[in-house]
Ligand binder design. Structure first.
Ligand code: CO
Length: 138
């Protein structure tokens, strides 16, 4: 089902500071910040081989990333796997009795369709499934 690790999501308090850190310390080039209104986050990505790191800063206090930061502080938040067909992946997981956050795919960044698997159903790791749309992102 998994094609590759698409990205690792990091929760940060200050996207600009985090992007500057990775740019200056590691020489990577984070993308322009993009707001994902439905998630209440501002994200920027940078490429690492076939995968990416997604930096996420909350834009409102009730966003899931804001709640994560309040509870756990900055750090690793989720892994995203690229899948060919996110609906098919959800169907398969549902049939296997896996606890899902999203019963249906939703719109991700960069024209992707995404769905989250509950960390309780995945050994404590928040897991995102991403079906690519037109351009890279998510
Ligand atoms: Co993600």
């Amino acid at each position: 089902m998994f094609r590759r690790i698409y990205h690792l999501g990091y929760a940060v308090e200050d996207l600009e500071a985090a992007a500057a850190f990775y740019r200056e310390s590691f020489g990577v080039e984070p993308s322009e910040p993009e707001e994902v209104e439905s998630e209440g986050i501002l994200t920027a990505m940078f490429r690492v081989g076939d995968s990416m790191i997604e930096l996420m800063q909350p834009t409102r206090p009730d966003s899931p990333v804001a709640r994560f930061l309040a509870k756990r502080g900055e750090g690793f938040h989720h892994v995203a796997f690229e899948v060919e067909d996110v609906e098919e992946a959800l169907r398969r997981l549902r049939d296997a009795g896996v606890e899902l956050i999203d019963e249906e795919p939703r719109q991700g960044a960069g024209g992707t369709r995404v769905a989250f698997v509950h960390p309780k159903g995945a050994f404590g790791v928040l897991t995102e499934l991403v079906e690519l749309g037109g351009k890279e992102g998510g």
